[in-house]
Every structure is written in C-alpha cells, then in structure tokens.
Design a protein around this ligand. Sequence first.
Ligand SMILES: C[S@@+](CC[C@H](N)C(=O)[O-])C[C@H]1O[C@@H](n2cnc3c(N)ncnc32)[C@H](O)[C@@H]1O
Length: 279
Amino acid sequence: MMDMYPKLLVDERGKKYLLKKDVKKFGTDLGVVELEEVGKTYYSHKGYKFYLVEPTMYDFLKRMKRNVTTLLPKDIGFILARGGIREGETVVEAGVGSGALTMYLSNAVGKSGRVIGYDIRVESLKVARRNLLMVGAIKKGDKIVGLDEEFDDDVEVEDGLFNVTLKLGDVREKIDEKDVDVIVLDMPDPWNVIENAKKVLNKKRGRIITYLPYIEQTKKVVEKLKEEGFWDIETYELLERVIEISEKGVRPSTRMIGHTGYITFARVPPEESEDDSES
Ligand SMILES: C[S@@+](CC[C@H](N)C(=O)[O-])C[C@H]1O[C@@H](n2cnc3c(N)ncnc32)[C@H](O)[C@@H]1O
C-alpha cells in the first residue's frame, strides 16, 4: 500500500509528514532528521525525537489531494457499517470526487469485489485516479473509461487490491453495470438516478445510499424512493465530538464540525413473483 508515500514521519508534537520512499534526509523546524528504516525512532540534529512509520489509510485521507468536498471518516464509516458493504460486493459510486469514499469502498469489497466510480468531471476523475493509484485501488496505467487519455504513472503499487474502475459518465443517463449490490450517491440530484438504480440493483440484496447537505434535497430523494417502492428507508445525521483529556480534566473540545450531510439508506423492492394466486 501507498508505495509513493510509504513513510510517515511524526515529530514530538504529533505533527505528521508523508514522505516519498526515496527521502533519506528531511528538514523541519525541529531540525534535520536522517532517515533509514521504517519502524524506527530517530533524532534530529537539534535532539528532537521523530518516529518513522507506515501511514494508515486515515493518514493518507487527511493529506491526499482534493478538488471537491470529500466525505469525512464519521460518514464514511457509517456508510460502510449501516450499508452493510462487504467483501465480494459490486458497488457503483457517483460522483467519485477526489476518491475519499472510493478508497474505503475498495477496501470493504476486497479482491473479490469491485467498485465502479462515475463522475461527470474529468478533473475530479484525474485527482481521484491519482489518489486511488497511490493506495493500490487501481493499477499503474489503468485508463479512465470514456476518456481517451494514456497515463504515464510514476507510481506502482505491487500488492494493491486493484478493484476500482473509474468512468466518465452521468449516472442520471446510464449505469452500465448489472446485478449491482450497492449504489452510493454523493451528488446534488440523486432523485434523478433512482429509476436507473432500480433497474440495475440486485433484487435480493440491492441497496442505495445517498449523501446530501440539505434537508430539502433529502426529503425529495426519500419521496422518490417511496414512489419507486424502495423500503427500509432511514435517514441519519451524525455528530462527532472530540474529547480532550488533560491534567485539568476531561471534556469535549469547544470546537466541532456543525454539519456535514444527511445520509439516507434504502433497499430496492424485490420482483413480483410469477405465481400471484392466493394460498
Ligand atoms: C462532493 S463530490 C463527491 C466527493 C466524494 N464522495 C469524495 O469523498 O471524494 C460530488 C461529485 O459528483 C460529481 N457529479 C455530479 N453530478 C453527477 C452525475 N450526474 N453523475 C456523476 N457524477 C456527478 C461532481 O462532478 C463531483 O465530483
């Protein structure tokens, strides 16, 4: 994983730096550190302590390039858990944005599953492609379907999952995949996707998940889901509080994120059975 930035340098204050694998010397305001093996403690020329370790996916999420608002861990985690997204499933996602959610979807469905990420913006797809390449969700040289462009990648992850396909496309018009287990929509007008979603979702376990910043949008999507017979519909908003623990005492941080989005979950209706005789 994360072959391009396989090193995470952490100073005594907890400040973190993602470093390229060939970096052997790094300068900070706490001095210059000579770096060798990952998994060791080093000291700068000023005597400050540093850890050199592997970054987690969370470290990468916090520092990756982005050109749209990305989902936060609290919402990503709940989408995976309440959505019941598991190994082997086929997930369609739109829009991919910078690929924050895509990274975690890729991990959840594993080697035997796949994630197909749509976006209508080439710039979003290119940023997502780069991020996903670095975490081994896509392979060096992989193209974006629908975009006639070759990529000359300088990153190669050997043991990635390689289970994500990126597509330039509007899911309001068409979803190419069939027998889809989960559709996740982080886009402004998901109600325009519900009819397409209903056609391609697996009737045994197909689910849809939408993420929207406004309650008016959420009401509109829920009304459309009901109209199309979707069931097990639930909407959530999650609040996160960081707890500060110090000598003086323990209390929630005085600052918190006020609002991110409303997350709605629903299941597709099964087909009518052919035998409609009453027993
Ligand atoms: C807020 S961003 C998604 C962020 C993403 N969830 C992440 O965590 O990085 C919304 C994205 O939806 C894309 N989008 C909007 N309408 C779309 C549509 N009809 N089909 C596909 N993508 C769409 C936009 O181009 C934009 O990149």
